[in-house]
Design a protein around this ligand. Structure first.
Ligand code: ATP
Length: 425
């Protein structure tokens, strides 16, 4: 009882030639070995959505490692075997990567009360997946090339824009699916189906997220942060009660919401001035702005943040307070407060500023990028006879601040002369 539908024509239209040829070849190798061969998961979902996806996840009903070895007879590939999962990754010279897995039939450990149903191998493999939209397969063997296999109403859910868990214990088996549900919902503009949302909320309420390794959560969070609109996902986290569970002590109030919003809005611009910050790190600074030391420490442990995170956060909070108290205007004023801060701290500080202050802050970042001194310590020693010592640093700092505020590069020497005269040197 499943939908079988040929999408071979659609595949010919939508998949680029090189990949399509490869899919046919995969099917041919499978047939040669007597293994039913499928492409599954995100690739199939995106194919139906008419989006490009280069994640080639192949499932074979047979030994995937033998499949990969057979493939090596035809292509000069590198194979990495994942023995414990009976899976292999195949790497081609042009950067293409194909993952082959043996159809997995065993389920997660679960209460014995549930009936064991007799299912075909590929169906069991698909049933272990997160959501219906990710649980389709397309057969690749020649005779049935392009046969879409849909056991769970996936096509319907895709058409209606629904994220649906495949069974009631889905989130409890793997709570990272909470984050995945929100990621897919936001990415595609879909909606988590009502019952699935209940299951999700239940999983969150009952603290199942606590049972997941911090690194896995961090990986899923990072994937969300790479999406075009992470703010929407973070807000959804908040309404589903996920933030409080992931980051105990964080109250996602209007102030923090506003800071996160400003961060994501200004970040692309700031990259042009100061390079990329690590989004997870900056976001943690913003979220933990008002948390206690104990709470910060807890998050450092949980998510494997660097040990000096707390120190840097404390320092950055102080900077933020100073900026808000002293309202710097000129680039040099900013510089005196926050020179040589890392991109994460600068973005954190920026997120705390309203639009008006953002203008002067942006000007500072712009100047920071565009300003390089023409003269250096050697020049000061050679031309002005200065001796090695703190004086040189002091003069260069003052000169740099003057340059930030608009002093032209040709006037550096004039500035130094004046400075020395005024200091009586
Ligand atoms: P993306 O487009 O972001 O890569 P994807 O659906 O390809 O999305 P992956 O994380 O690459 O996501 O996973 C590939 C496939 O593996 C998914 O489509 C899904 O079928 C399955 N999968 C991944 N993670 C889980 C999980 N936690 N639980 C169940 N199935 C999963």
């Amino acid at each position: 009882n499943y939908v079988k539908l040929s999408i071979a024509r659609l595949m010919e239209e939508r998949i680029e030639g090189r990949i399509l040829t490869m899919l046919r070849f995969l099917g041919a190798v499978g047939s040669e070995l007597g293994m039913p061969t499928y492409i599954v998961g995100g690739f199939v979902r995106d194919l139906l959505l008419n989006k490009t996806n280069f994640d080639l996840d192949i499932v074979v009903e047979g030994n995937a490692n033998s499949f990969a070895s057979a493939f090596k007879n035809y292509f000069d590939i590198k194979i990495v075997e994942h023995k414990e999962f009976l899976a292999s990754s195949m790497f081609f010279h042009d950067g293409l990567r194909i993952d082959v897995a043996t159809a997995r039939t065993e389920f997660y450990k679960r209460p014995a009360a549930l009936p064991e149903v007799d299912m075909s191998t590929i169906k069991k493999d698909l049933y272990r997946r997160d959501f219906s939209i990710n649980a389709m397969a397309v057969k690749l063997n020649q005779e049935e090339f392009g046969m879409l296999i849909d056991f769970f109403g996936s096509r319907n859910d895709l058409a209606r824009g629904t994220i649906r868990a495949l069974h009631p214990l889905s989130f409890i088996e793997d709570p990272t699916r909470v984050l995945r549900a929100i990621r897919f919902e936001q990415r595609f503009g879909f909606e988590i189906e009502v019952r699935t949302a209940e299951l999700l909320k239940n999983c969150v309420r009952e603290d199942y997220l606590d049972k997941v390794a911090g690194q896995r959560l961090r990986d899923e969070l990072n994937k969300i942060l790479l999406e075009p609109q992470p703010l929407k996902a973070i807000r959804r986290f908040s309404t589903l009660g996920v933030i409080e569970k992931l980051f105990p002590g964080v109250v996602f109030d209007r102030q923090i919401d506003f800071a996160v919003e400003k961060y994501f809005l200004r970040r692309p611009r700031n990259i042009g001035y100061i390079g990329e910050d690590r989004v997870f790190y900056t976001l943690m600074m913003i979220l933990l702005r008002y948390s206690s030391n104990e709470q910060v420490q807890w998050n450092i442990q949980r998510y494997g943040l660097p040990r000096n995170f707390l120190e840097r956060l404390k320092d950055a909070r102080e900077n933020a307070d100073n900026i808000s108290r002293e309202s710097p205007e000129r680039p040099s004023e900013y510089h005196r407060m926050i020179k040589s801060k890392k991109a994460e701290t600068l973005n954190f500080l920026n997120s705390q500023l309203d639009d008006e202050r953002d203008r002067s802050f942006e000007e500072y970042l712009k100047r920071l990028k565009g300003t390089k001194l023409a003269i250096d310590g050697e020049h000061l020693k050679r031309v002005y006879g200065l001796k090695e010592g703190p004086e040189i640093r002091e003069i260069l700092d003052a000169l740099y601040c003057a340059r930030l505020d608009g002093l032209e590069i040709e006037k550096e020497d004039g500035f130094v002369k004046n400075f020395l005269r005024m200091e009586g040197i």
